[in-house]
Write a protein that binds this ligand. Structure first.
Ligand SMILES: N[C@@H](CCC(=O)N[C@@H](CS)C(=O)NCC(=O)O)C(=O)O
Length: 250
């Protein structure tokens, strides 16, 4: 992935374990919470980190600069173009402000209250802004692509340096997608897929989406894309990006 990977890894490293570890959940909410999101926005990143930590599946509606597909929905619903914006049809709640959204998600879907680190909002925002810098040279403006008939499903976790470039492409093309959370909850989850393979270790972690990948597709490797429109199931970020460009690119 050329120059793409090192800066993505740097962004991940600068956030430590944030957006990597998960508290596995037994079931998902009835409706997917909707996140109007900008991939490279440091405030949206914080919300996506909490989404990984809470092991939540959500619907991502990309709103890149210059985007016309979903941005108007936010202005109409909330009165201004500010991101992140969360709309939760399970409770009817609609929120701006990253820290308010994180606190809401923990209150509604968390198990033990808001973790200490999330109580120091300004520090998190500063850390996330620094971590966003290495990716600031990536194209971030909308290049609106074709709208898939059925929603794509991306298996990802916020800290994955391989999943980030895929999310950036989906974001720029303004392609909505179901984000299937695949954070880590077990030491085996930390081994790279090739190492697990070589050692004969099967990843039987507690995160449901990881288990599903293992059971249905024979391995856990992030990112993974399922495209119901072409019925393709794809591992490997470069293959996924090529698929997106070929089918939905402009
Ligand atoms: N205090 C807000 C700041 C949100 C914010 O400034 N987001 C930027 C994107 S990083 C934004 O909405 N910019 C307007 C735009 O993109 O049109 C929060 O923490 O959520």
């Amino acid at each position: 992935m050329g120059s793409n990977f090192p800066t993505s890894l740097l962004t991940t490293t600068l956030r430590g374990v944030s957006g990597i570890n998960s508290q596995p959940r037994d079931e998902q909410p009835a409706h997917l919470p909707r996140l109007y999101d900008i991939e490279n926005c440091p405030y949206c990143r914080l919300v996506r980190e909490a989404i990984t930590e809470l092991d939540l599946d959500v619907l991502i509606l990309p709103c890149p600069k210059g985007g016309e597909r979903f941005r108007p929905q936010v202005v109409e619903a909330g009165g201004k173009a500010q991101f992140p914006y969360l709309l939760d049809l399970n409770t009817g709640k609609a929120l701006y402000e990253s820290m308010d959204i994180v606190a809401y998600l923990y209150e509604e879907y968390g198990k033990g209250g808001l973790p200490l680190k999330w109580r120091v909002g300004p520090l998190q925002k500063l850390g996330s802004s620094l971590a966003s810098a290495p990716r600031s040279t990536r194209p971030q403006r909308a290049r609106t692509g074709k709208l898939p008939g059925e929603l794509l499903e991306l298996y990802s976790f916020e800290g994955s340096p391989y999943a980030r470039p895929v999310r950036e492409v989906l974001g720029a093309l303004e392609i909505p997608y179901i984000l299937r959370s695949c954070g880590r909850s077990d030491w085996r989850d930390w081994l790279l897929p090739g190492v697990r393979n070589a050692l004969g270790i099967v990843s039987e972690g507690k995160v449901a989406n990881r288990r599903l990948l293992q059971q249905e597709h024979g391995k856990v490797s992030i990112p993974f894309l399922f495209d119901p429109n072409t019925e393709e199931a794809l591992f490997e970020s470069e293959r996924i990006i090529a698929h997106l460009q070929a089918h939905y690119g402009t």
